[in-house]
Design a protein around this ligand. Sequence first.
Ligand SMILES: [Zn+2]
Length: 512
Amino acid sequence: MVCDYSFIELTRGSLFFGQRSITQKGQDMSYIEIPVIQRAEEESRYLWVRNVGTVVTCDDDDRILHGVDLYAENGVIKYIGPRAGEIIDRKRNEASERGERFGPTDIIDGRGMILYPGLINTHHHLYQIFSRNLPQVQRMELFPWLKTLYEIWKNLDGNVVYYSTLAGAGELLKTGCTTCLDHHYVFPEGHHNDLLDAQFAAADDLGIRFYATRGSMDLSVKDGGLPPDSVVQTVEEILADSEEAILKYHDPARFSMHRVALAPCSPFSVSRRLLAESAELARKHGVRLHTHLCETKDEEKYMLEKEGIRPLEYMKQVGWVGEDVWFAHGIWFNDEELDFLAQTGTGIAHCPVSNMKLSSGVARVPEMLRRGVPVGLAVDGSASNDGSSLLEEMRAAYLLHRLHTGYDAPSGYEILKMATRQSARLLGRDDIGAIAEEMAADFFMIDAGKLSLVGAQSDPAALLATVGYKGDVEYTVVNGRIVVEHGKLRNIDEEAAARRAGEIVRDYLSLE
Ligand SMILES: [Zn+2]
């Protein structure tokens, strides 16, 4: 398959409208209009954040710093402490002695701000942005909910995927998320990795660190699965596309902006063979494995009836346990299974809002944390969340476990670490999730002087989960570049993108 991008540029002021065509096997699959603001490539490679009121580092010593500067070079934090300006002056002088130019330097005034490590989303289905809040599914639980929505999702194309990624990942950036994993598993007939091309294009246009998955389904209704025939593929097609996606996009380097994991949808929509061979392929290329597991009692019943074993035992049999595996939800594990997850380092992406909306249950997060199971945080698909905000997810997680387990519930700071360091661990990354020298310059800043935060300053490490932060953050920085400034996306025209996305939603939903 040949995926080829071409651009037609139409410049209007600083706004860039382009068209990107995706060609697959010589045939144009889709055209995407892009509301991107053109910026010089070298801009923001040197970043100086001055006088930050408070830095919650989430580092090894859980340090909280006050009144410090932060200096980043080429996307990496190089210095945290007083008077970073002296370092910048010295570098400028050294460069000028060598006859080189130093800069440009972006400067943020951090007075009165709280700076946190960028939040990391470990499970999402961004394409579902366009099928949120539909009245016909509001009262359903997972299986009927999926069956109803597949009738809409089978009409996905490159435009839907590009614009839903732009909208959902845009909301994530505006609410402090700097790395997003997306579990895309719907590939309607005629579509292959062109849909991943569209996702990476949208992520790059926004400036978010993006972890795609090559998801898949090979069991349709006629095989006892839930999806219609037109969105499932053969095992051969899936494995060929999976390998191609890894070779094209997976960058294992430290600080990489693009990674890929393999992610067959769930044990009830894929075959045993697909799970086993996906695991072999992932390990051959050193990429991670992800799927949904133990989300509902219906799934447990399906597994017991079909295979005669519980879901985790089944995953063990197909090679799906270990430090390179994480499951979304993980609600219905028994005690021995929780111990097994801890012993093997198999991780869980906790999605409290989705679990509450779909009446799936309460994940045993306090017991997982006590046993040492790696637990990250995630918003899950937009249609089972109706939003893409990890800030909201943190508060929901905090309140849900306070209600459910009282004294044993995670603290506000433990929830923040779940959304940062622990989520980084799930994604196999040691370069994001904390503020420290030689870590990625991925962070966000909120204005502590806002009316809604008056009287809430006693514990900045817990604040986001306990008090909660409403609205858009002041700044989000990814890879040392400012991507959200005063609550607005900096790299795309938000209003133009929302207008165009709204038109595409109307076309997409009226297909049915
Ligand atoms: Zn999901």
